[in-house]
Design a protein. Structure first.
Length: 257
């Protein structure tokens, strides 16, 4: 089973990219972030034609998350119960025997800003939500654009990014607390080296020069660790015309898992 996550930076613009990549890579489950579409405009029919069921939580211009799957999707939750947040950043659903949580984590703008404080508070609330999710659903996959580079291996220039947004100690500590509920960064099960990134700025030839960050993650529960077969970052879609600044990240589980 192939599970993937992709910040498409506007599904309206990138729908042809999603259709193309799904036809080529054939993921069984695909989580999308920054769809930037109101629910009424979500391309259900086009994705059905591509072979996917879909659930989504969107808003105009900003944010938006969706889960696509080749098999039926059930037990859908939009956001966190009791957390009154107008930003559409959290979507959970069950696909087969897997519980999927799709996150588009707050960017935070700049260390010390109001948006940074909101990010840390948001992560704390999400951590509590995920602790309950993993209790109820041990076979849990949490994926998305985390807007946090887990450590310096995930940063093209650690000195330049030191204690900056996406790389600050409080953000990394918040991510570590999420992992501590019983999740593992699947990419690091298979690759311990630096220099592997999932996001590159559009400016300064960043992709061509590989000046990136690894901020898109697929986290698997400990119950799934033994079933993880491979993990990868699919760079090719970042080379396509009008590409998203992010590229898909993939976890492969044993067949039937």
């Amino acid at each position: 089973m192939k599970i993937a996550s992709w910040n498409v930076n506007s599904l309206n613009v990138r729908l042809p990219h999603v259709e193309r990549w799904c036809a080529e890579a054939m993921p069984d489950i695909l989580a999308l972030q920054e769809t930037k579409l109101e629910d009424a405009k979500f391309p259900v029919a086009a994705l059905e034609a591509a072979g996917y069921h879909s659930v989504y939580s969107g808003q105009k211009t900003y944010n938006g998350v969706a889960i696509l799957a080749r098999t039926p999707i059930s037990e859908v939750e939009h956001g966190i119960a009791g957390f009154d947040d107008p930003q559409r950043r959290i979507l959970a659903a069950t696909v087969g025997d897997l519980r999927i949580v799709n996150l588009y984590v707050v960017n935070g703008q700049a260390v010390g800003s109001e948006k940074y404080a909101y990010k840390l508070d948001w992560l704390a609330k999400v951590g509590a939500f995920l602790a309950e999710e993993i209790r109820r659903h041990p076979r849990l996959v949490v994926m998305g654009d985390f807007n946090i580079a887990p450590d310096d291996r995930d940063v093209h220039d650690p000195a330049a990014w030191h204690e900056q947004i996406l790389c600050s100690t409080p953000e990394r500590d918040a991510l570590r607390r999420v992992l501590d509920i019983g999740l593992v960064d699947s990419f690091r099960l298979f690759n311990q080296d630096g220099g592997h990134y999932s996001w590159w700025d559009y400016r300064q030839g960043a992709f061509r020069r590989n000046l990136g960050l690894r901020i898109d993650l697929v986290l698997a529960s400990e119950a799934l660790r033994a079933h993880c077969r491979a993990a990868s970052i699919e760079r090719e879609p970042r080379t396509w015309e009008r590409a998203s600044d992010h590229t898909p990240v993939v976890l492969e589980l044993e067949d039937g898992r």
